[in-house]
Every structure is written in structure tokens, then in C-alpha cells.
Design a protein around this ligand. Structure first.
Ligand code: HEM
Length: 139
């Protein structure tokens, strides 16, 4: 299952289903990235563009390549804090003060189960990040 969960997370990283996310600053704060810093004033509207953020080469090695096992193991688990697809990091939880997708854990679990169910139909498959070919259908 770790490989399948990783594949689902990598799919969400590679093509975030909700690409733009908006929010309004609740207070003044400084927003910093690797190479820039901005003063944000309370009430200002912020827009996050996930397809760009999820291809950050400083965080994700070879970001334009679909790597199904990217989130496997200790290093992969560490990367989850940078995986944003639900208006917050994969390691965060939706709460009254954290307006994150409430279905977040259900989404990844049900998608993993669906992929596992589909894969059970085949003894072997091959493919790259654009195509997938069934070689042997399970008897
Ligand atoms: C791939 C599938 C999904 C994606 C990409 C997704 C993404 C998101 C995003 C980005 C938000 C925040 C929207 C905002 O900024 O206002 C959100 C909110 C929410 N999502 Fe999802 N979602 C998915 C599936 C689901 C599912 C299956 C459920 C329920 C079973 C769900 C329940 C909710 C709820 C209730 C909120 C509102 C949370 C709030 O306003 O406090 N989502 N989702």
C-alpha cells in the first residue's frame, strides 16, 4: 500500500485538481519563499497557484517527471509537508481555524483503494508517465 498511496500523492502533486486557491489575510504578516519576501497587510487577497508550487525544483527533485514512488520511505514522508492540493499541507488537518479540505484523508484513501482494485486485475503492467499498458491480465 505505501507505493499506491505514493502514486496517488504524486498524481495530486503532478496535476493538482484545484489549481488556484484564494484566501484573505487575517492579520499583517511576512510571506517568504526561497528567494523573495513580501509584506502582507490584513484584508489583502492572496492567490496560490498550485501547479507552479508543486513543481518547485528546490523541494521536488526532477519536478516535471511523474515519479510514482516519490513519497515512499522516510524521505518521501518528509516531502508530504510540502504537498499542497487541499488548501493546506498533506500533513495538516482541517480544523475550525484551518480551512482545509474536510475530505482530505478520505480522498487519498478512497483513491488508493480504487487504484489497488484496478491493479488487482493485472499480473503485470508497463508504462511511463503518459501511458500505461496491461501486459498480462490476471487469470
Ligand atoms: C480530489 C478531490 C478533492 C480536492 C482536490 C479537494 C480540494 C478542496 C479544496 C482546495 C478546498 C478548499 C476550498 C476553499 O479554499 O474554500 C476544499 C474544501 C472542502 N472539501 Fe474538498 N476536495 C476534494 C474532495 C473532497 C471530498 C471527497 C469531500 C467530502 C467527502 C470534500 C469535502 C470538502 C469540504 C467539506 C470542504 C470545505 C471545508 C471548509 O470550508 O471548511 N472534498 N476541498
Amino acid at each position: 500500500m505505501p507505493n499506491i498511496r505514493s502514486l496517488v500523492w504524486e498524481t495530486l502533486r503532478f496535476k493538482p485538481p484545484v489549481p488556484t486557491q484564494y484566501s484573505r489575510a487575517r492579520k499583517d504578516f511576512r510571506l517568504s519563499s526561497h528567494d523573495a519576501s513580501f509584506e502582507i497587510k490584513k484584508g489583502e487577497l492572496l492567490c496560490g497557484y498550485l501547479p507552479l508550487v508543486m513543481r518547485d525544483p528546490v523541494i521536488f527533485n526532477d519536478p516535471d517527471t511523474f515519479q510514482p514512488d516519490r513519497f515512499v520511505g522516510e524521505k518521501g514522508t518528509e516531502l508530504l509537508k510540502y504537498l499542497y492540493w487541499s488548501n493546506g499541507p498533506e500533513t495538516g488537518d482541517p480544523t475550525a481555524t484551518n480551512k482545509q479540505c474536510m475530505g482530505k484523508d478520505y480522498v487519498t484513501l478512497s483513491a488508493s483503494m480504487l487504484v489497488a482494485y484496478l491493479l488487482r486485475r493485472y499480473d503485470s503492467i508497463s508504462g511511463d508517465f503518459t501511458t500505461i499498458t496491461a501486459l498480462d491480465v490476471a487469470k
